[in-house]
Design a protein around this ligand. Structure first.
Ligand SMILES: *Cc1c(COP(=O)(O)O)cnc(C)c1O
Length: 474
């Protein structure tokens, strides 16, 4: 499988794109051609466990990694002992046609573990074979950072430089990251919001010379390794949702997915799964008060907010105004044309928005996208209602998904809501909704009390460069 940039450059194969992160021309890696899946293949995959299914899906994209190696790293990434549920991704029904796809059973209690654990193993494999090292530079609004650091901690050939916005993450999220003391983990707290962190990372990553000199890579959701690994759970969830459907009716049996969204990484994998042939009716995009993407899907106008206009909400991992992965979707929307995609991003730079209203009629039904916004009040009401009706405590992000999912349920079409985090991560909001804090086990208590270590910097590119230059692996 060959990869190219949304702006046109040829990027090589899977190994190359997972190491490179952002393409040298500033675009994002996409497969030259999407593989396809059909009913016969899906039935063949039905008996597989999660690691087995992930091997099959990732094998379609990582064609340059030998199958036995891929199987080995999927077994390691998705061994049931590393997850709270033996199925790795349990699917449980709520009410009103909704089910919850349990993506947060991993060590950092968020869906990002699923893709990050695989990417950590895959990078290790590639770097070991090439006898190289890589310094991962990233920005986090909370869950990316902890998933990345937990997936990469203690590895010899990888270091992590993770930027996080000062004072914008929950105490649990901070503890998960800042308590890691491995020498290959560097927590850098920036005096700014998530978008400031992301901009610093983007600027440095666009400096090809600096990036090469210090062997920088990225595990942000722009890394295609993560996007490809996430496709596996859409297929897994479809299989589990259709296990009880009579065999004769499974071919083409449609389900919908609701996805709490920020950087557009998670739902992009759903878009790819659907484009590959998975029978998906709707992709329901849920945003919080930072509803740039809801606006986009309603109007075709993409107007990212400035950092100053990005609100701090009670679903902080979705406090994103510039959805970096949207470029891949727009590339598809514009007929896989690098010229048109580059022109659209040029327009964004000049005018601060992209007008794709001429394409908006294709969002539905062709591409299956609908969207909605959930507010703090919706979040609290939804957490309360799901706890009362179903006896399940959901986290604030998943609550945004449930709220918007309910607005798009169709008769006879299962609505699968992706659970993106566990409630323990966001105790304050759970307490506000339910009057009691989520149960905290001894392990969590120890984590919250552990000493923390960070390096603080202002929103300043030069200071970040100096820091990387002095501590990167070489
Ligand atoms: C990262 C994250 C999201 C947003 O996912 P994107 O891939 O950025 O759209 C939503 N909820 C939680 C809990 C997250 O950690």
């Amino acid at each position: 499988m060959q990869y190219l940039s949304t702006r046109g450059a040829q990027l090589g194969q899977y190994r190359d794109v997972i190491v490179e992160g952002l393409a040298p021309d500033g675009g994002l890696a996409v497969p030259a051609e999407l593989p396809t899946i059909d009913a016969a293949l899906l039935e063949r995959w039905r008996p597989l466990d999660y690691a087995g299914l992930a091997t099959e899906i990732l094998g379609l994209f990582a064609t340059d990694i030998p199958r036995d190696e891929l199987a080995r790293i999927c077994r390691t990434s998705y061994r049931p002992e590393a997850f709270a549920s033996p199925e790795v991704v349990p699917v449980t029904s709520l009410d009103g046609g909704l089910s919850l796809v349990g993506l947060s059973e991993g060590p950092t209690l968020a869906f990002k573990d699923l893709a990050m654990r695989f990417l950590g193993e895959a990078l290790d494999l590639v770097l070991t074979e090439a006898d190289e090292v890589l310094n991962i530079l990233g920005a986090t609004s909370g869950d990316t950072g902890s998933a990345a650091e937990h997936a990469l901690r203690g590895r010899d050939r990888l270091a992590v430089f993770m930027l996080s916005p000062k004072g914008r993450m929950s105490p649990f999220q901070r503890a998960q990251m800042y308590s890691l003391l491995e020498p290959n983990v560097h927590n850098i707290v920036v005096d700014g919001v998530f978008d400031d962190c992301q901009r610093l990372v983007k600027r440095i990553s666009e400096d090809v010379e600096f990036k090469r000199a210090h062997r920088l890579g990225a595990v942000n959701s722009i890394n295609f390794g993560r996007i490809s690994a996430q496709i596996a759970y859409y297929v897994w969830a479809w299989l589990r949702a259709t296990d009880a459907v009579p065999a004769a009716d499974r071919d083409g049996f449609e389900v919908s997915f609701a996805v709490p969204s920020g950087n557009f990484g998670n739902i992009l994998s759903g878009h790819y799964a659907r484009s590959m042939g998975l029978p998906v009716r709707r992709l329901v995009l849920a945003t919080n008060e930072n509803n740039v993407l809801d606006d986009f899907f309603r109007t075709g106008h993409y107007r990212p907010r400035t950092a100053a206009n990005t609100l701090t909400t009670s679903s902080p991992s979705m406090d994103v105004s510039r959805a970096s992965n949207l470029e891949r979707f727009v590339f598809d929307l514009l007929g896989s044309s690098p010229e048109r995609t580059a022109a659209a991003w040029g327009e964004l730079t000049v005018r601060g928005e992209i007008d794709l209203s001429a394409e908006q009629h294709r969002f539905l039904p062709e591409l299956g996208f609908v969207s909605g916004t959930s507010t703090h009040a919706d979040r609290l009401a939804t957490i309360r209602e799901v706890a009362e009706r179903c006896g399940v405590t959901i986290d604030p992000h998943t609550a945004d998904g449930v709220k918007v999912a309910r607005e798009h349920v169709e008769e006879g079409v299962p609505m699968l809501v992706l659970e993106t985090a566990k409630p323990q991560k966001f105790a304050e909001t759970i307490t506000e909704a339910l009057g009691v804090a989520p149960a905290i086990d001894a392990e969590t208590r120890t984590l919250l009390d552990a000493p923390q270590h960070v390096t603080e910097i202002p929103d300043d590119e030069q200071q970040l460069r100096d820091l990387i230059a002095s501590s990167a692996l070489r």
